[in-house]
Design a protein around this ligand. Structure first.
Ligand code: AMP
Ligand code: ZN
Length: 468
């Protein structure tokens, strides 16, 4: 096995990585704020973390992953207030949707999904520790702030210059720019809208609610210990979220919080930060409705290194759909084959080696995927040649299992069979028929769809379809 190496944002270097106990990687990944559907950008980050955990297992380690669900924050409260709901009514359906979407993308279950609102006592205890240590103080509005000048290491993750740190100045909102590194809120005194939406709890400092950063420190330490192996998230979380997590945690415990920090780059849509929709697709539900397999999105995400920006263009998912169909066809062929050649075994061994080398070298997914596709080309050629070597075939199957066990690219049968492409083609034929006012042809196209159980719905932005 090659040595496992990973880029650590804390040191700005690619370094050898292994779990502290040699057995289980204890990792914390910041999860979604559940007040709307997670977009494809969010899922790029969650897929990067899925790849991390699967690669850890390939290295022979167990994984203990905790992903929090942020179910109380400024945005959730605002939405609850606007719709006259309690925060729980806002967050419950989006929590369910998150899990549904994640399964569609075959993102493995984390070991735990703790919710912020279910860990208020742990958060209060952490604030009490910080107050006792003299690094947190009560402001005149009854909120508790973290005094960043009392923590010498403040800024070490985001490499803030000491001069940029403005102690004494306070920032109440959860998200703020690096230019105003200020004392941040640990606990916010309750406002009327917090009380009205069920977002206020009793505390030693009166009614209030936690700041955003606090939940991750409290839940990470509860489930993974004061020091754990790895903390990951999207690149936008480095500052202030992760910087503040480090400050709160290390100022409370006096020991290192996460040993390694990993950040995934952003998904862009045609150069801009993930916009609402690309073509027909803005999120996983849109993808599902368009008949695009979750595996196509996995392929697309893994086509770029996680530390590089990735652009979702109009035809990105189409290309990935074709690629995973190739993987699916190969999987079927390999399953049905009865023997192979010596060269097939050799191709399997070299693909496996290239695959491991790539992933263990700072999670180089595009190279790992290239190893898989090279293998598919080589193996198809060898299977064409025939051969009766069952050991070689077993070798090829094992190599494919190893690679696909991480990438997970074999699409579901129906998508693989080209159903989606066929449906899109029939919808286009119907549209063309309607445009030339050939109602009989349009109805015939619709009937063909209905006959295969496809329901279509005409809307302002085109025709959508789903399986009935
Ligand atoms: P949020 O629900 O906003 O807390 O975000 C959940 C995760 O998605 C975080 O790790 C973010 O860093 C990440 N994220 C947000 N936008 C993008 C994007 N456009 N591309 C990749 N990751 C993103
Ligand atoms: Zn977090």
């Amino acid at each position: 096995m090659p040595e496992f190496r990973l880029y650590n944002t804390l040191t700005r270097r690619v370094e050898p990585f292994a779990p502290a106990d040699g057995h289980t990687v204890r990792m914390y990944t910041c999860g979604p704020t559940v007040y709307n559907p997670a977009h494809l950008g969010n899922f790029r980050t969650f897929l990067f973390e899925d790849l991390l955990r699967r690669t850890f297992r390939l290295a022979g380690w167990g994984v203990e992953q905790v992903m929090n669900l942020t179910d109380v924050d400024d945005k959730i409260i605002r939405k609850a207030q606007a719709t006259g709901q309690q925060i729980l009514q806002v967050t419950e359906p989006f929590t369910a949707l998150f899990h549904q979407d994640r399964r569609y993308l075959r993102i493995e279950d984390a070991e735990r999904y703790p919710k912020a609102t279910e860990h208020i006592p742990e958060m209060i205890a952490l604030v009490e520790r910080l107050v006792a240590n003299g690094v947190a103080y009560v402001a005149d509005d009854g909120s508790i702030y973290f005094a960043i000048d009392k923590f010498a290491d403040y800024g070490k993750l985001s490499q803030l210059d000491k001069r940029e740190v403005r102690s004494g100045a306070r920032v109440a909102q959860d998200d703020y720019a690096k230019e105003n590194a200020q004392d941040f809120a640990l606990w916010k005194a309750a406002k009327p809208e917090d009380e009205a939406t069920g977002a206020a709890w009793d505390s030693p400092w009166g009614r209030g609610r936690p700041g955003w950063h606090l939940e991750c420190s409290a839940m990470a330490m509860k489930y993974l210990g004061e020091t754990f192996d790895l903390h990951a998230g999207g690149i936008d979380l480095i500052f202030p979220h992760h910087e503040d997590e480090i400050a709160q945690s290390e100022a409370a415990t006096g020991v290192q919080f996460a040993r390694c920090w990993c950040h995934g780059e952003f998904l862009l849509t045609d150069g801009a930060k993930m916009a609402k929709r690309v073509g027909n697709v803005s999120n996983v539900v849109g993808m599902r409705e368009a008949g695009i397999s979750g595996t196509a999105y996995r392929h697309f995400v893994f086509s770029a290194h996680y530390r590089k920006q990735l652009n979702l263009g109009e035809d990105s998912l189409e290309q990935s759909r074709a690629a995973v169909n190739r993987v699916g066809a190969f999987a079927r062929r390999l399953a049905q084959a009865t023997g192979g050649t010596e060269a097939l075994a050799a191709a399997a061994t070299s693909a496996e080696r290239a695959f491991l080398d790539a992933l263990f070298d700072d999670l180089n997914a595009p190279e790992a995927m290239a190893a898989l596709f090279t293998f598919i080309t080589d193996a198809n050629r060898e299977l064409d040649a025939g051969g009766a070597d069952t050991a070689a075939l077993a070798r090829a199957r094992a190599a494919f299992r190893l690679m696909d066990g991480v990438l997970d690219l074999v699409p579901e049968q129906e998508v693989e069979d080209g159903l989606a492409a066929w449906v899109e083609e029939r919808i286009a034929a119907r549209r063309a028929a309607r445009e030339r006012r050939d109602w009989a042809a349009a109805d015939a196209a619709r009937d063909e769809l209905t006959a295969r159980g496809i329901l279509i719905e005409d809307g302002p932005d085109g025709t959508r379809w789903r399986k009935g």
